[in-house]
Design a protein around this ligand. Sequence first.
Ligand code: ADP
Length: 166
Amino acid sequence: MKKIAIYPGTFDPITNGHLDLVKRAIRIFDEVIIAVAPSHKKQPLFTVQERLVLIKAAIKGFKKTKVEAFNDLLVEYVKKKKGNSILRGLRAISDFEYEFQMAHMNRRLSTDMETVFVMPSEEYSFLTSSVVKEIASFGGSVKGLVPEEVEIALKEKFTIQKDIPE
Ligand code: ADP
């Protein structure tokens, strides 16, 4: 049976930490599907379409990896994709409580899949999309933290935002 992992998240925007996780997952799974959730509650900076374009550029050349948007209940989406695992990242203890809750809830909703946690490289352990946005919003450099396309997109976003009078 093909081992397919679904990697769900907001990816607003994708960072080198997310990519580090995908690279590790490719070694375990036959296919990794990055699944972008709209996450309206989080009021994302980038639209789903923009996030998809940025991820597509970032995973160019990656084997066995693709990206899609999804809007269903996660377990239903995983079934639809014939997936058997949900991939999530664990950076620090602070991630644990939320991830623990989600994994148990998803297990309650479906017993056909497992949540698999992967740790990123140490250098990305404190990297979040929120921190990246915060730095970029003040004109700071996010080089090395995100793919180049994301760096450019962040600059553009915040230049446009600055042009809008408060
Ligand atoms: P969500 O809104 O689902 O938390 P995120 O895009 O913030 O979406 O994160 C998606 C997944 O990627 C989560 O499991 C998160 O722990 C993981 N993740 C985020 N940043 C990193 C990172 N720097 N290293 C490893 N995993 C990460």
